[in-house]
Design a protein around this ligand. Sequence first.
Ligand SMILES: Nc1nc2c(ncn2[C@@H]2O[C@H](COP(=O)(O)OP(=O)(O)OP(=O)(O)O)[C@@H](O)[C@H]2O)c(=O)[nH]1
Length: 377
Amino acid sequence: MRAPQRTRQGVVATLFGRADEVMLELGAGGELMVARVRAALSLLILLLPLIAASGGHGTRTVVVGLALAVFANLMAQVWLALARRQRRHPWLPYATASYDISMTTLVLVLLATREPAAALNSVVVWNFYMLAIALTALRNDGRLAVYVGGLAVVQYAALAIALMAGTGEARPASLGYGVASVAGQVERLLLLAMMTVVACAVVYRMQRLVDLSGRDGLTGLPNRAWLLQHAPRQLADSRREGRSLTLGLLDLDGFRRINADAGPRAGDRAIRGIALRLQTMLEDDESLSRIGGQEFVLLLRCPAGSAWERLDRLRRDMACESLVVDRDGRPLPLSFSAGLAAFPPDGGDVSALLGVADRRLQQAKRAGRNRVEARDA
Ligand SMILES: Nc1nc2c(ncn2[C@@H]2O[C@H](COP(=O)(O)OP(=O)(O)OP(=O)(O)O)[C@@H](O)[C@H]2O)c(=O)[nH]1
């Protein structure tokens, strides 16, 4: 799990790093929401050729408008169908956002064929760039926000340069849209860049909230919600790679007594100390979560036998350490009991493994505590 980071590098890493399960799930929900909004807006676009016809525009304008509106609706339904599918397509947000930006540019180009000033000074159509950039925030992906903002800036800048240069000395102008100035175009490009920064800020806040909601406040470790969300992926990876994985459920012994003798603040410090101690035994791709008051879950990438050896060594080492002292400063013994469950022999999913590990943990408690059990008695 990514640690909360507030440095500049931390913000960049959070924004542009690989999204985790929860963010991908939220992003897929956002993509579906955007696809629904797009489908609804595309239906409204069908009205535009009708308005043009009733306003006395020529047949060619009405037919071109109608063809574009039908195309937009067809595409909106294709994007909606893809967003609804169970299978997640990582490229989908990039494809749909590129389509939104390019459709906006296409409409501006069509406007420019009639009146260059209309393309450069139109407020309604240009704002679809802003809308497309703002909607990237719903996909919870900083890279997407920067890509879409950059695409809008590049496409609009190319259009503006072509139209301003193409009209020679005079600036494009029309009765309805006024004169298109260079300063006005630069302002528009700056506004697109600013909206991109705003979208990135929203994505970053969302990522921080998701990160904090999956973290235990006392130790900073992942919590039960995080474990239940991420463990299935770790099990699936182990199954695919044919690697062993063992779940360890660990509970501190007699903690009520520790709180009574040392006070709850010292109890909190002891829990933080144990969390740090457990973290030092983790190897790459292994995880530690705090799922209850004094209960921790370890996911270790090794068979149950090696996991037992590693945890039992820690248990013996801890007997020589004084992680907590009583109110008079005398060291208090602090030990733990643990139950282990191997994947897949003891269970094919997280709740089955937790059930087996808990049964063995209770067995260790009944047998006198301060022990690790990897088998049923
Ligand atoms: N200081 C502190 N105490 C906690 C925290 N969470 C739970 N506890 C305490 O931990 C104690 C757990 O007590 P029990 O579940 O009865 O278990 P135990 O005394 O550890 O005994 P066994 O588990 O049977 O060995 C309770 O007194 C809780 O109040 C915490 O975050 N900080």
